[in-house]
Design a protein around this ligand. Structure first.
Ligand code: GLU
Length: 429
């Protein structure tokens, strides 16, 4: 489900602040300057490798023909094939996909997996499309970008409003064109089609692992920890479930159509069952309904924004009442809000670290597909934990050593790794 980002309205300042590509640039510039990165390398790293726009004609169920716009951006291939999800949403823009593609490059570098970064998007509203229409959009989009896909070139995955089924269609379309079954062309597939155990919950599980590390750092007990989760989809839903299981108290869950609150804790499994039965998290017997805005500003130990970009911005960052923010979503905090949170001493676990669990298990899936040898869930989760814990330590110790905030440290680490790969490879002419 789509959790609406706060709309900038007519305010040109917010319009700028909410542009994800400008936000990505701001973070990039800060880290590149502090690293003293060569100007030429900065140019390379700032510019996507390839951007493709396709116009997808689709016959709708009622016989009409509609044309949808799709994008695939490959930001960097320096450290390996492009890796990153495909999102379906009515307000997808090229700037957004471009920013998300660059975040994938940095994310893969932060957790040190051998991928570059990419992202795709199709402008459509899945809530008004039938399964058949979604399938046709997915297949035609795949066919139209097929030259730039491949297990060694660009490996998509699910993102907002896409799922296992979408990945199965992409895998099938690609395989039909190649006349051979190529499971490693996408990750996040169903288990029976070369998917990995542990992939669906991986992003949420990664959030749990880094949050536990942050709690340890501040000598906080999980059982004494209150959590507010914004977004109850794949990321927020699994993060809430796993944090609850780890003993933390989920005091509020916020969705696009309302929020629920219980200071004594909400059981996310029961909340999910309630939503399945009624279509909404509101009216849940185990909690009271509260205002969504109010819920965002509840005093809590951990806030997990796990929905969309720009939910924490210059106009509301002052009101955030969390000790720790674990960014399950991509880009939930604007660059302006970063500064405010920093001044207020909020410990931010930045998106390119906090939500890297998804792409990490995507990497495991790709490895398993290429080997044709599959791991059990314990092995997947154990290896995920190792990577998330080590990456958390790398970022936080880098931040402390260089006296920068966590996001900047994550960017600096990532930029340095990607720049080094480019230096080693050299510039082909
Ligand atoms: N869409 C997810 C992300 O933003 C996963 C990407 C992947 O697994 O390739 O990290």
């Amino acid at each position: 489900m789509i959790l609406e980002a706060t709309k900038p309205g007519q305010d040109p300042a917010l319009e700028q602040e909410f542009n994800p590509w400008l936000a990505a640039e701001a973070r990039f510039n800060e880290a590149a300057t502090l690293l003293g990165l060569d100007e030429g390398l900065q140019k390379v790293l700032r510019t996507p490798t390839m951007e493709v726009t396709v116009y997808i004609p689709i016959q709708m169920d009622d016989g009409r023909i509609e044309v949808f716009t799709g994008y695939r951006v490959q930001h960097s291939l320096a450290r390996g094939p492009a890796k990153g999800g495909i999102r379906f949403a009515p307000d997808v823009t090229l700037d957004e996909v471009r920013a998300l593609a660059s975040w994938m490059t940095w994310k893969c570098a932060v957790v040190n997996i051998p991928f570059g970064g990419g992202k795709g998007g199709v402008i459509c509203d899945p809530s008004v499309l039938s399964q058949g229409e979604l399938e046709r959009i997915t297949r035609r989009y795949t066919a139209d970008i097929i030259e730039i896909l491949g297990p060694e070139r660009d490996v998509p995955a699910p993102d907002m409003n896409t799922n296992e089924q979408t990945m199965a269609w992409i895998m099938d379309t690609y395989s039909m064109h190649k006349r051979t079954t190529v499971t490693a062309v996408v990750t996040g597939k169903p288990l029976d089609l070369g998917g990995s155990r542990g992939r669906p919950a991986a992003t949420g599980r990664g959030c749990l692992f880094v949050t536990l590390q942050a709690l340890r750092k501040f000598h906080m007990e999980p059982s004494q920890t209150s959590v507010v989760v914004q977004g109850f989809g794949n990321v927020g839903g699994n993060a809430a479930r796993l944090m609850h299981k780890a003993g933390m108290k989920i005091i509020s869950v916020i969705e696009y159509d309302g929020a629920v609150y219980n200071p004594n804790g909400i059981d996310p499994v029961a909340l999910d069952a309630h939503r399945k039965a009624t279509g909404s998290i509101t009216g849940f017997p185990g909690a009271e309904d509260i205002d969504r805005e109010e819920a965002m500003f509840l005093p809590c130990d951990v806030l997990v924004p796990a929905a969309r970009e720009n939910v924490i911005h210059s106009r509301n960052a002052q009101k955030i009442n969390a000790r720790i923010i674990c960014e399950g979503a991509n880009g939930p905090t604007t660059a302006e809000a970063d500064r405010i949170l920093q001044q207020r001493g909020v410990f931010v676990i930045p998106d390119i670290l906090a939500n890297a669990g998804g792409v990490t298990v995507s990497y495991f899936e790709w490895v398993q597909d290429r080997q044709g040898f599959f791991w059990n869930e314990q092995l997947v989760n154990g290896r995920l934990e190792e990577i998330m814990v080590n990456s958390f330590r790398d970022v936080v110790s880098y931040a402390e050593r260089h006296n920068v905030h966590n996001r900047c440290a994550a960017y600096m680490l990532a930029l340095d790794r990607v720049a080094f790969a480019i230096k080693l490879r050299g510039i082909y002419a």
